[in-house]
Every structure is written in C-alpha cells, then in structure tokens.
Design a protein around this ligand. Structure first.
Ligand SMILES: [Fe+2]
Ligand SMILES: [Fe+2]
Length: 131
C-alpha cells in the first residue's frame, strides 16, 4: 500500500510540507518498483532518487530548525543520519544483487518515514508554535 500525505502530517510550514509530499511520492515510486520486480538498473535509479531527495529534505529541514533555534537539533540530526545510512545500505544491496524483496524492508522505510514526520518532525512544529 502506498503512503499518503494527510493533513495530520502537517508541520505547519508550507515548504517543508511540500517537501514531505514529494518525499512520500518518491518513496512510493521506489516501493512500487520493488513490488513490480523492476530490473536492477531501474531499482538503482529509484533508490538513488530516494537517497538524493532524502538528503535534500534533511538538509533543508536542519537549516530550518537552526533558523528557529530549535533546541533538539542534534538528536534530530542523528535520526536523519540513521535513515540516510539505511537507504545507502539498500542502495548497496541492490547493487550487489542482495536485495531481497521483503515486507520488512519496505515496511521499515514507510513506517520510519511516517512516524518520523508525525512524531519527531512534529516536535519542531510544536516548538515553533510556542516560541
Ligand atoms: Fe522531515
Ligand atoms: Fe526530520
């Protein structure tokens, strides 16, 4: 099942909401590619797009958090680095023909992303509202 952006995922910032929507779209494309058992070249393209956009979004979000003097920036950054490392690992696994389509992998990516936006990203939105 693809992931859907819904209003409860809003972090009350237009730019970052738009980035989250695009990010979800890219994740869904990767997920669909895995489900359709696309050839390795195509999967590498999709996972690279996911990695690139993830890095782009995290950098953008970290810049925003700095701009509002968000106190939990370093904790948040650690979580970002963890997810980037996971996608990098999947990229490598596809490259090495070691990617086994398992619900575990795809569910991990989807669950992490949604929980991150709902939980961790929401904290800077709440902080920004109170300050
Ligand atoms: Fe985010
Ligand atoms: Fe984040």
């Amino acid at each position: 099942m693809p992931v859907k952006w819904t209003a409860d995922l809003s972090v009350k910032n237009e730019t970052l909401d738009a980035e989250h929507q695009k990010w979800i779209e890219i994740l869904n494309n990767f997920y669909q590619g895995l489900m359709d058992k696309k050839p390795k070249e195509k999967l590498l393209e999709l996972v690279t797009a996911m990695l690139d956009y993830t890095k782009y979004h995290f950098a953008s979000e970290e810049k925003y958090m700095k701009s509002i003097n968000y106190p939990n920036l370093s904790e948040h950054q650690e979580k970002h680095r963890f997810y980037e490392a996971k996608i990098t690992e999947y990229h490598q696994r596809i490259k090495d023909d070691k990617m086994v389509l398992s619900l575990e992998v795809t569910n991990f990516l989807k669950t992490w992303l949604i929980n991150h936006i709902k939980g961790v990203d929401q904290q800077y939105a709440d902080f920004n509202e109170k300050h």
